[in-house]
Design a binder for this molecule. Structure first.
Ligand code: ADP
Ligand code: MG
Length: 624
């Protein structure tokens, strides 16, 4: 038999390697930022177009490359960072595999311009799918500029596999933040589609965190510091009362490298034990320094996971250090009299002028009754600011997801009819609120399921999932047909967001406007909203947007393929009536009818069953 084994040509080998190193635009950003840091840059600029799908450019003022090095840098396993295997155990650089540039050049159009200090002219190299198109001298500032265009131009399957711009941008920003948080002594800037997203001057760690996450972060941070023989811990944790339920900022750096570690995260969470509201997540920025020879960062190609020699000791130290810091800065919320009251309202409500709160006590409210009947007459103030002492109440509203500002546990009942009015095209605007149960052909079970009869037997519907389906199809229709109705707000709503969040909202703007949002100006970190969809109330806006941002971040696996879809799903999820809410007869009937008018009534937008049926035969079998 003839010999059949061949060595793969370089460009094929590179493309295969690229599969590991370059998964998405964010991976390119990470590799190039790290190269710039390894090159000793003191200023690094990142320019991105279309979330990196069209262009990623990194400009640094580092040491640059000679003519030959510039050419060599695109060869696989070409690195200046290690020479022997032993060096692997004493790494002080980010890179060492010598694979990044070769991989990137295999799957994109790359242009490199570089000039070392002292050289009169620089080198320009153009390379496309591993093929060098040009190498020439050029005039360029000291340092390196690398632009990567049309990522995956030669692998359509991978290009199509990329997510929406908002999702990819989220990943790019994540990488940018991780790298810039690890190096506060380097100035960074980031631009997306010509707009400036971040401008981070050189500074200390705290200044860097504040520059990225906004001015208010400053007062939320508790310093953490400890030094032992095997470990130095530095950084900050966020005071428990500012912890977030869905989006926590959790950053671990080991020897200036961002890492993920469920185990160490557990140590931090354990230190917060008893201080965090239910289901909230601790936020932290923790910098660990250990002897490089006691860790192995070689176990994962993208290097976000590492192995420690003595994990147990690290765990114990981390936990006790943070516990100590939290204690020392008297974090117990009841004692915190210095809380900035402005932070209690989720957005800039003060511009609306001062309204004397009217407080009406619901005298018929019975805490032992599972769910009180809906009260139409009672007018309550729209917002009630939690008092400092009643801090636990702050989270009640969040738990019910009804509204982040509500401290009223009965808010849910009031909002139910509203949701249906809107969800069901206002058809229920004038419904009687005390329908006679006798006429009803639907029943509610455990305030969670709706039971109804059908020709062949009976159907049991999950109210939350069913309502999600109804709203999802409605939003999807609105977004695509662009026929939604807005309610103009008398006073524009002003909500504060971080730069990252605003960039994501900007990406989703067109879609959101099709659902009925009308946006005003964005200035600084304030987003102005002039109109909202008729299907939501003003107080639901922060909840809807928060859910959306967190869905984008967590990238619900089965929903990622289109922005419209994610948007509709996310809004349906945050607005759908929850389990535990009592529905009156009309609402139930309407929900059932709307569900079965849907295109796909049997599954929720997240692919879960919306109802089960029991036929007469099933029943008869049971009675045998
Ligand atoms: P690695 O970083 O693992 O060494 P890369 O493929 O990322 O591998 O880079 C190959 C080599 O190119 C590096 O070792 C370095 O010598 C050089 N290089 C890459 N980017 C830069 C840069 N921005 N400035 C100077 N040299 C660079
Ligand atoms: Mg590298």
């Amino acid at each position: 038999m003839a010999d059949i084994i061949k060595l793969l040509p370089d460009h094929v080998a590179n493309q295969i390697a690229a599969g590991e190193v370059v998964q998405r635009p964010a991976s390119v950003v990470k590799e190039l930022l790290e190269n710039a840091i390894d090159a000793g840059a003191s200023t690094i600029k990142l320019i991105v177009k279309d979330a990196g799908k069209t262009l990623i450019q990194i400009i640094d003022d580092g040491k640059g490359m000679s003519d030959t090095d510039a050419r060599m840098s695109f060869e696989r396993h070409a690195t200046s960072k290690i020479t022997t295997a032993d060096d692997l155990f004493n790494l002080n650089t980010k890179g060492f595999r010598g694979e990044a540039l070769a991989s990137i050049a295999a799957v994109a159009h790359v242009e490199l311009k570089t000039r070392p200090e002292g050289a009169e002219v620089g080198t320009r190299i153009e390379i496309e799918g591993s093929k060098i198109n040009a190498q020439e001298v050029c005039a360029t500032p000291k340092g390196t500029s690398l632009s990567v265009k049309n990522l995956f131009f030669n692998i359509p399957a991978r290009r199509n596999f990329l997510k929406s711009n908002s999702v990819e941008l989220r990943h790019v920003i994540d990488e940018f933040q991780r790298v810039s948080l690890a190096h506060p002594d380097i100035a960074f800037a980031m631009y997306h589609n010509e707009g400036e997203l971040f401008q981070l001057p050189q500074g200390n760690l705290k200044q860097r965190i504040v520059a990225i996450f906004g001015g208010k972060t400053n007062e939320k941070l508790v310093p953490v510091q400890e030094e032992t023989d095997i470990l130095t811990i530095n950084g900050f944790v966020v005071k428990p009362e500012f912890s977030k339920k869905t989006r926590g900022e959790q950053f671990f750096f080991v020897n200036d490298r961002f890492i993920k570690s469920a185990y160490l995260n557990h140590a931090v969470t354990a230190a917060f034990d008893g201080l965090l509201p239910e289901r909230a997540r601790a936020s932290y920025f923790l910098y660990l320094k250990v002897d490089p020879s006691t860790i192995d960062i070689n176990i994962h190609p993208t290097k976000t996971e590492i192995k420690f020699d003595d994990e147990h000791a690290l765990y114990a130290m981390l936990r006790s250090t943070i516990k100590h810091s939290l204690g020392q800065f008297s974090i117990a919320p009841v004692l915190d009299f210095n809380r900035d009251s402005e932070l209690d309202t989720p957005y800039d409500y003060k511009n609306k002028g001062i309204v004397t709160p009217k407080i009406e006590v619901d005298r018929t409210f019975n805490p032992f009754e599972n769910v009180a009947p809906p009260k139409r007459g009672a007018q309550r103030p729209e917002f009630e600011k939690p008092s400092a002492a009643g801090w636990e109440n702050m989270y009640e509203g969040m738990e019910s997801q009804a509204t982040a500002v509500s401290t009223m546990t009965f808010e849910k009942e009031v909002s139910t009819p509203d949701m249906f009015e809107s969800g069901l095209n206002g058809a229920m605007q004038n419904i009687s609120t005390s329908p006679s149960q006798d006429e009803s052909s639907t029943y509610q079970l455990n305030n969670k399921y709706i039971v109804s009869t059908i020709k062949s037997g009976m159907v049991i519907i999950d109210q939350h999932r069913a309502h999600q389906r109804v709203l999802y199809e409605e939003f999807l229709r609105n977004i695509t047909v662009k026929e939604s109705v807005s309610q103009q707000l008398l006073f524009p709503l002003t909500l504060a967001y971080s730069t990252t969040e605003l960039a994501l909202i900007e990406e989703l703007k067109a879609g959101l406007e099709n659902t009925g949002f009308i946006f005003g100006t964005i200035s600084g970190d304030i987003l102005e909203i002039n109109g909202i969809p008729t299907s939501i109330t003003e107080s639901q806006v922060p909840v809807v947007i928060d859910q959306l941002l967190s869905d984008l971040e967590n990238e619900v696996p089965d929903s990622g393929f289109s922005q419209t879809d994610t948007l509709a799903k996310s809004m349906a999820k945050s607005l759908a009536v929850k389990g535990g809410v009592s529905l009156d007869n009309m609402s139930r009937e309407h929900l059932v009818n709307s569900l079965f008018a849907c295109k796909e009534p049997s599954i929720s937008p997240t692919n879960r069953k919306t109802f089960v049926t029991m036929t007469s035969e099933d029943l008869e079998r049971k009675f045998k």
